[in-house]
Write a protein that binds this ligand. Structure first.
Ligand code: GLY
Ligand code: MN
Length: 461
């Protein structure tokens, strides 16, 4: 294994193709597992259960087909072990005992079975290798009347039916919002892979490649194929940047490369990076807007810390972006009026960000407390994905944007404030689609850790 290169506070992970293992991860894992165990004990006690069973999951087949969808493991399974491609495996945990890992390794010549268990995590489990899914049953507790069984319905075995008790899930979900040092290290590494790939995508944009070619350059530099990426890459040239989750990739390059909005991540041990960058052709109006949104984004990141109310930060983002619309003469109104009139929502029609971790939009973004419950979004902000007050150890995204979306601008043309909008300017900027800048941030008591900017800096060094 190539050694990781130390660089400032982060280490550059091995180049693509190598396993994502560092001595640091191995050193951090025992404490992570101890935390996972403590969380499981607490969740079981709160739910009134004696055992926790977690199914990795199964492959889901397409209708009338023998092809399955890409396997996505149960996030509660990969919280225990860095295994993301192990369908039919199970964790069985009983407080006070070593956790059991039923490791599914079939004899198969159609597909390559998982390699024998190996790695820094193995010694912490009571390992039971099984050759067929049903064999797991013999290694699970015999009396399951007081077992919390976490998994998708299709993972059921004879007499072992996922129950997903809400009390247990609520406790585990809230706990997952506070990352362990091991998890933060995985997220740091995911950001490094993604940042490396974003640099390759930016180069492909400058070489005037098609969306599909930019996507391929991204995957190659990330060292990850589409199945491994945490979500489908959004690779949007020109006007396509105005579709928030643009899902296609044109095979032919456009006549002009005015802008690239690329929202793409990477995964390390099941932990996701989620990064968006926007690039332009150097035209003055769009470049100025890019710099302004970037400055807004960095100012918002600087406010991320324990105790910060996230919806309040989202509303602050509206005010800051309204300031940009006003200062750049796109909307000739005071920033407060741009927000109060609802105009800012036409240009920034999504939430400021979301929790990040084992899932790209990680769980518990709206959860009131350990019992569950919901903290509602502020009225008028239906797409905000995080309504909690931030706590140390949270990891989240900060992703403000400004877009020129026909569907949302059309009503403004007829509305009360139509004359406040410089439609000629909007017409010049619309061919650039939009701007989104997204970083992944770790919440601390003071200054946040910006995983994304640290990664880009380390790679540029
Ligand atoms: N990466 C896409 C999103 O956060 O919605
Ligand atoms: Mn995101």
């Amino acid at each position: 294994m190539r050694r990781a290169r130390a660089c400032g506070r982060i280490a550059i992970p091995p180049a693509p193709g190598n396993p994502h293992v560092t001595d640091r991860l191995a050193a951090l894992y025992p404490q992570h597992l101890a935390t996972v165990v403590a969380r499981a004990e607490r969740a079981l006690a709160r739910g009134g259960f004696d055992h926790l069973l977690v199914a990795a999951g199964t492959e889901l087949y397409a209708f009338l087909d023998d092809n399955h969808y890409p396997f996505r493991t149960n996030p509660h399974f990969k919280a225990w072990v860095p295994l993301v491609a192990h369908p039919h495996s199970w964790i069985a945990f009983t407080p006070g005992r070593r956790p059991v890992l039923c490791y599914h390794q079939p004899a198969d010549y159609w597909h390559l079975p998982p390699a024998p268990p190996a790695g820094y995590w193995v010694e912490h489990f009571d390992l039971r290798v099984i050759g067929a899914p049903a064999e797991a049953r013999a290694h699970l507790p015999s009396d399951l009347s007081r077992a919390a069984i976490i998994g998708e319905p299709g993972a059921a075995l004879d007499g072992v039916v996922p129950s997903n008790p809400p009390k247990v899930l609520a406790s585990l979900h809230l706990a997952r919002t506070r990352k362990t040092p091991y998890e933060v290290e995985c997220l740091r590494m995911a950001s490094l892979h993604a940042a490396r790939a974003h640099r390759a995508a930016a180069a492909a944009f400058r070489e005037r490649r098609s969306e599909h070619e930019i996507h391929r350059a991204y995957c190659e530099a990330a060292g990850q194929g589409e199945i491994e990426l945490p979500y489908g890459n959004i690779v949007a040239l020109n006007e396509h940047g105005a579709t928030l989750h643009y899902q296609h990739q044109d095979r032919t390059a456009p006549a002009e490369h005015r802008s690239l909005l690329i929202d793409a991540g990477a995964q390390v041990h099941g932990y996701a990076a989620d990064i968006t960058r926007t690039y332009g052709d150097g035209g003055a109006e769009f470049t100025e807007l890019l710099h302004a949104v970037n400055a807004v984004q960095m100012a918002l990141v600087a406010k991320v810390r324990a105790g910060q109310d996230y919806p309040a930060l989202h509303v602050e983002a509206h005010h800051a972006l309204a300031g940009v619309l006003s200062a750049h003469g796109i909307v000739r109104m005071a920033p407060e009026s741009i927000v109060e009139s609802g105009l800012s929502r036409a240009f920034f029609p999504h939430g400021l960000g979301h929790y990040l971790g084992l899932q790209v939009h990680d769980v518990a973004g709206f959860q009131r407390d350990e019992d569950g419950g919901t903290i509602e979004r502020p009225p008028g902000h239906p797409y905000l994905r995080l309504t909690r007050v931030l706590e140390e150890g949270n990891v989240l995204t900060i992703e403000p944007g400004l877009y020129f979306i026909d569907l949302l601008l059309a009503p403004l043309r007829e509305g009360a404030h139509a004359r406040a909008v410089d439609w000629a300017k909007v017409g010049r900027l619309a061919p650039y689609g939009g701007i989104r800048i997204e970083d992944d941030v770790v919440v601390g008591a003071g200054e946040p850790e910006n995983l994304t900017r640290d990664a880009f800096r380390a790679l540029a060094a």
